[in-house]
Design a protein around this ligand. Structure first.
Ligand SMILES: [Ca+2]
Length: 236
């Protein structure tokens, strides 16, 4: 009697342990699932929330955001222009002459505010203005102090008047020969971010030293007077 009672209490104890194990195991499974689904529930809205916001953004830009975007464009222009102006490989022209000057056919001749020589030196708000709005071609020729193996020419237009009319860029080597580095119809447009438009034309480094630049304008490509402040020759 005593023995079987002991046996039965042992069996009960074993049953209780295995029950605990089973319950423990069963408990774990739903808990893990619950945690997983709970995190899915938590993650779902946070992942979904930015999506509609992002798709609405372009249409619902606030006036403040528009103002910031405008300021950023102005800042980008300022940085671009600063880089060009302070480029150690760029030279400003030491002299300039042109095919025509605004007002040259008037009795009193052109005003000093339109002369080709206004295009020498750095950007300063003083310009050369040509004398044709849509007839024929005009050119501006600039000479430089130090002949260089050239890689780029930058033409600074007041506003952007004439930037689309550039049809040819030539460089004069030290032996006096003119070489065309670019010719065609330009895709460069007026830059509305700043008071000037920088026409930038890069090309393969010349195997000769260039001492002068000639910019040709096809007047009918952009009707109106062409107004150039300065021209940089880039190279070393
Ligand atoms: Ca100038």
């Amino acid at each position: 009697m005593k023995k079987s009672a002991n046996m039965s209490s042992l069996l009960s104890a074993l049953l209780a342990i295995s029950c605990l194990i089973v319950v423990g195991c069963n408990k774990k499974t739903p808990d893990a699932t619950a945690v997983a689904s709970a995190s899915a529930v938590v993650n779902a809205p946070t992942a979904a929330t930015p999506a509609p916001k992002a798709s609405q953004e372009p249409a619902e830009e606030t006036p403040e955001q528009q103002e910031m975007a405008k300021k950023k464009a102005l800042m980008d222009y300022a940085k671009m222009e600063d880089q060009y102006i302070n480029d150690s490989k760029a030279q400003w022209a030491r002299d300039a002459k042109a095919s025509s000057t605004f007002g040259e056919k008037d009795g009193s001749g052109p005003s000093s505010s339109n002369l080709a020589t206004n295009a020498k030196g750095p950007v300063d708000g003083k310009d050369w203005t040509n004398n044709n709005q849509d007839i024929g071609f005009d050119w501006l020729e600039l000479s430089y102090e130090k002949p260089v193996a050239a890689t780029e020419v930058r033409v600074v237009f007041e506003g952007g008047d004439g930037v689309e009319a550039i049809s040819k860029i030539e460089l004069q080597s030290t032996d006096g020969k003119w070489n065309t580095v670019w010719e065609g119809i330009s895709d460069q447009k007026r830059d509305n971010r700043g008071s000037r438009t920088w026409y930038v034309r890069s090309f393969e480094k010349t195997n000769y030293k260039a001492k002068a630049v000639k910019v040709t304008l096809a007047n009918n490509l952009e009707r109106g007077y062409k107004v150039i402040d300065a021209v940089q020759l880039v190279g070393e």
